[in-house]
Ligand binder design. Sequence first.
Ligand SMILES: NC(=O)c1ccc[n+]([C@@H]2O[C@H](COP(=O)([O-])OP(=O)(O)OC[C@H]3O[C@@H](n4cnc5c(N)ncnc54)[C@H](O)[C@@H]3O)[C@@H](O)[C@H]2O)c1
Length: 267
Amino acid sequence: MSTILVTGAAGRIGTLLRHAFAGRHTVRCHDTVAPAHRLAGEEWTHGDVADADSLAAAADGVDSIVHLAADADPKAPWDRLHGPNIAGVRAVYETAVRTGARSVVFASSHHASGGHDRDRTPGVDATWPPRPCCRYGVTKVFGEALGRHHADVDGLSVTCLRIGDFAERPADELSLRIWVSPDDLVRAFRAALTTGQRYGVHLISSANTRSLWRTADSNRQLGYAPRDDAEVYAADVDPDGPRHPCFRRPADPAATPDGADPLEVAR
Ligand SMILES: NC(=O)c1ccc[n+]([C@@H]2O[C@H](COP(=O)([O-])OP(=O)(O)OC[C@H]3O[C@@H](n4cnc5c(N)ncnc54)[C@H](O)[C@@H]3O)[C@@H](O)[C@H]2O)c1
């Protein structure tokens, strides 16, 4: 049974994965906050993910680190993002190398390539150059690039999952295209923990009928086979309902006043 450290373990995805990993792995959990419920057998350490000492104690002897801890708000300004999303991701990779962990699974985001989705560009592929739609997305690109560096230089196995819109059900028109169900997200993380690849970036969605993404090769490389489809909820989604600021309308330079931040304009 392998030992896995989950950072950000008290959050939404951390809670999902802890339930999925229980009994299959020895799970170490790290977060600033306490979980709503502790599961049997879990070990918890509390601290800031950017604090290497706190992390090193939690990571000692683990096989893999699932790195979820982040400010996950796409509207977050730089002063909130810098600690968890920049210094934190650096601390995780350096701790993995120092403690001899074999692999890191990095929770990246579809916001790393969200500029394509804002334009509703079809066929988006994780091999395309990143196109972050917000500062949060820029921090995810940083995490992917730093992972590439540690894979090449230190021989760490790094798998970056650009997680789509994770929710029980798709909430809006874009979500019908990029939704990932809880069960499929667990499948993706399980695949990421067992892939033998040195480095990979993967867009993670369910098998959505209206998908904007080309994922077949990437899914095969990862060993991920999604089973759910947002389409079964399509009748409940208002096509003209409210949209996330990052994706509110196609980018249109002619409609953006000179020098204005497109996100500010979209809000
Ligand atoms: N939920 C989604 O749809 C989605 C989509 C794409 C990517 N992601 C990414 O997946 C990861 C998990 O997302 P989530 O929805 O569970 O977010 P969440 O906000 O529910 O959980 C994040 C957890 O990280 C912890 N955390 C934040 N800063 C920390 C710090 N400095 N030190 C230690 N812990 C810290 C928080 O306390 C929280 O428990 C994030 O990296 C997020 O960017 C999520």
